[in-house]
Design a protein around this ligand. Structure first.
Ligand code: AMP
Ligand code: GLY
Length: 428
């Protein structure tokens, strides 16, 4: 492997900043381009932001060809579902991620549920509806709570948990008739409500083999104590103590392996991150959802724990030797706290100057990953709902938590919000 690698990272979130940070440490990497990136990515060594939107796959291809990019790494789901990997592959340009067919595991909830049913992968009971009246009739006769999911991509907002028929009817009206999420909500999945604790199981798949990565847990809701609206994730830590060795084996055997085999049987080529969102209850594990990408904010603590070279790791998936890759992890735990804009995940304002982001230096144990940030007249200002993910390593989750919150307490902007209970579930 040469030491002149040119890498293109697609996306602009904390996940992509963590990829960039890790890539910049690789001896193989000469330059990194992030499209479009954020105020944090462009500060990393060897890195430049490129003004191309992450879903503009034609412009991304032109850029990769013009710059002779050796490897493109795709962060978000949109370009994957849109077919970025198919397009790059057609033109002989190397791109890490699944094909658009395979990305339907995330792009269509009904596809994912039917796939799980077909390959006996444990998941909640469900029905799929394309007709509003049939969905209404079903909701009139089911027991509550129940979960309603918009079929297509809805930026993490297309899932609601309904406590009663009245709110459930309002939701299907808004999804199916008012088309709040456009065509993504015209079909809905209505499924059994599962209780338990969630964990994120993320692996690299090379078409056939599977390499599980460090385990993690995310905090999905906006409110402390896991209440309120769902978000993209308000904080995460790794490892996840709930995934015992036994459970790990079970998940590999009953979920990840059958998923990879099912993808092969469907005739798909799946090279990329494969993320199973799990619900665990009394030793019973069910899949809530698949993502065809790395999680955000799970990436941030996981990248901090990754000791291996990230380029060597990804390259081995192109040689179909991923299962033999000698992956190594720091033995420390890691924990990231998301700092967000007031109002997120609903309406919020942007453009606020972030105080102390320059004076608050990254230390060897703490890294401030940027998400919704941009530069304005030389100042770093907020530009999204999730703004930063302050992530630390420590001898335990608790030690990492203390370090992260110490750094968080020094950073501020008008309307800054964060949960104060990240990691509590793991510190019992
Ligand atoms: P999804 O995008 O399908 O993972 O759903 C987003 C979030 O909704 C999950 O992380 C869970 O917190 C919650 N959720 C989804 N499906 C269910 C279910 N069947 N039972 C309980 N909670 C669920
Ligand atoms: N943190 C959950 C996700 O990336 O979907």
């Amino acid at each position: 492997m040469n030491n002149e690698y040119k890498v293109l990272v697609v996306g602009n979130g904390g996940r992509e900043h963590a990829f960039t940070w890790k890539l910049s440490q690789s001896k193989h990497v000469k330059s990194i381009y992030v499209a479009p990136g954020n105020a944090g990515t462009e500060r990393e060594e060897k890195t430049r932001n490129i003004d191309i939107d992450s879903s503009d796959i034609d412009s991304l291809l032109n850029f990769a060809k013009k710059e002779n990019i050796d490897l493109t790494i795709v962060g978000p789901e949109n370009p994957l579902v849109k077919g970025i990997v198919d397009l790059f592959t057609e033109h002989g340009v190397k791109c890490f991620g699944p094909s658009s067919d395979a990305a339907q595991l995330e792009g269509s909830k009904s596809y994912a549920k039917d796939f799980m049913k077909k390959y006996s992968i444990p998941t909640a009971e469900y029905e799929v509806f394309t007709d509003h009246d049939s969905a209404k009739e079903y909701l009139n006769n089911c027991s509550y709570p129940i979960v309603i999911k918009a079929n297509g991509l809805a930026a993490g907002k297309g899932v609601t948990i309904e406590e009663n028929i009245n709110t459930a009817l309002i939701t299907i009206g808004s999804f199916m008739k008012d088309e709040t999420f456009g065509s993504a909500g015209k079909t809905v999945v209505i499924e059994e409500f599962l209780v338990g604790e969630e964990a994120s199981f993320i692996a690299i798949v090379d078409g056939h083999n599977i390499l599980p990565l460090a385990t993690s847990q995310d905090h999905k809701t906006i409110g402390e104590g896991d209440i309120g609206l769902n978000t993209g994730g308000m904080g995460a830590y790794s490892p996840a103590p709930i995934i015992t060795e036994e459970l790990h084996e079970y998940v590999m055997h009953k979920i990840m392996r059958p998923t990879a085999d099912g993808l092969i049987k469907e005739g798909f080529s799946y090279r990329g991150f494969l993320y199973a969102g799990l619900m665990i209850h009394n030793d019973e594990v069910k899949v809530l959802e698949y993502n065809c990408r790395f999680g955000d904010p799970e990436t941030q603590p996981i990248m901090m724990r990754l000791e291996s070279d990230f380029i060597e790791l990804l390259e081995s998936s192109f040689d179909n030797t991923i299962a033999d890759f000698p992956i190594s992890w720091k033995k420390e735990s890691s924990l990231g706290v998301v700092m967000s804009s007031k109002g997120y995940p609903e309406k919020y304002k942007t453009g606020y100057a972030i105080k102390n982001i320059d004076t608050e230096k990254n230390s060897i144990d703490t890294k401030i990953f940027h998400s919704g940030t941009t530069k304005n007249n030389g100042e770093i200002v907020t530009s999204g709902g999730r703004v930063l993910c302050v992530t630390s390593l420590g001898d335990s989750i608790e030690a990492a938590k203390i370090k992260s919150y110490e750094a968080v307490s020094k950073i501020n902007w008008d309307g800054c919000y964060y949960r104060k209970d990240i990691g509590n579930k793991a510190i019992k």
